[in-house]
Design a protein around this ligand. Structure first.
Ligand code: ZN
Ligand code: ZN
Length: 312
């Protein structure tokens, strides 16, 4: 005999894990591929702008010598780096070369193997310990079917700043929501993807929760989902209860809790810094995620939380 048990109250580990938030951009290019500034200059640019960490992710292609730039010399007492790359292989459903973001790669990660597909390359990066993300899906019209071939990807870029500035296709929310509606669990990141051919820095980043601003701790935080993404607004706390969630943030014009399909609850009013919303209508959809937007339309996104029903 079975009987329903209460829903498990979800938790967002970004707000329950120990430590503090560290600001980092985890998708950037340099002269090691098609960027304009040297690796040292890119690191200095972000360090001087107050970022705590950076991942340089040059294009891992034969024509650039499959670079994984050693940024360790550019670390300081208050600024660190993660090694990484943007990986490429054939081919998306539109026949385009895959772009796959890999943060936390070993320096000796092997070049693309003969016949290796995007799916195989992404799996190899994840097996090597990397945080793997699906970059700028809107930029090249990536579909949910494409994304389904990368089951090991940890996250989707919901915002890519250079894609937004250069093509108006910086949005990846559509893909994240389709994957979540299909039952997949996946994180949401925002990045610059700066190349510095134009001023495409400082438009999107992650706030990663860790006890120290150290590469191993930051990589573990990313892989565990201990982060949120933002274009500027800060989310100080998210406290989930069985029926309500309380969000504490910098001044927001909209505070939204979004679920499967059209499920949503929200508070729209100027200057909100603490909002309580009832999320019971979202639970049957399986997930909920929070978005806040400030008066300038800049957004911050939490990772989804998941509602689990049980029987006994
Ligand atoms: Zn790319
Ligand atoms: Zn890129």
């Amino acid at each position: 005999m079975t009987e329903p048990v209460p829903d498990v109250t979800p938790q967002d580990p970004a707000f329950t894990a120990p430590g503090r938030f560290w600001k980092g951009n985890i998708h950037t290019h340099s002269t090691a591929s098609d960027g304009v500034r040297t690796p040292e200059a890119v690191c200095a640019t972000y360090r001087e702008a107050g970022y705590d960490f950076l991942a340089l992710t040059d294009h891992f292609m034969a024509k650039f010598g499959f670079p994984i730039v050693d940024t360790r010399p550019f670390r300081t007492g208050t600024f660190t780096t993660l090694l990484g790359a943007e990986l490429h292989a054939p081919a998306t459903s539109l026949g385009e070369t895959w772009h796959i973001l890999a943060v936390g790669l070993p320096a000796e990660f092997a070049p693309l193997q003969p016949g290796e597909t995007g799916a195989a390359l992404a799996a190899r990066a994840a097996a090597a310990g990397a945080f793997v993300a699906i970059p700028h899906p809107g930029w090249y019209a990536l579909t949910a079917e494409d994304a389904a071939t990368l089951p090991g990807a940890h996250a989707v870029e919901v915002y890519n700043h250079t894609s937004q500035l250069r093509t108006e296709r910086g949005d990846g929310v559509y893909l994240a929501d389709q994957l979540l509606a299909g039952g997949r669990r996946i994180g949401l990141i925002a990045v610059d993807d700066a190349h510095f051919a134009c001023m495409d820095a400082f438009g999107g980043w992650v706030m990663a929760k860790a006890e120290a601003n150290e590469p191993d701790a930051l990589l573990a935080a990313l892989k565990a989902g201990h982060y949120y993404a933002t274009q500027g607004p800060l989310i100080h706390d998210v406290a989930w209860g069985p029926a309500e969630v309380e969000i504490t943030c910098t001044a927001a014009a909209s505070v939204m809790v979004l679920g499967r399909g059209s499920r949503a609850v929200q508070s729209v009013a100027p200057g909100q810094t603490r909002v309580r919303l009832t999320h019971t209508a979202l639970q049957a959809g399986g997930f909920a995620r929070i978005v806040i937007a400030d008066a300038f339309g800049r957004r911050a996104w939490t990772n989804p939380v998941y509602f689990e029903k049980g029987t006994r």
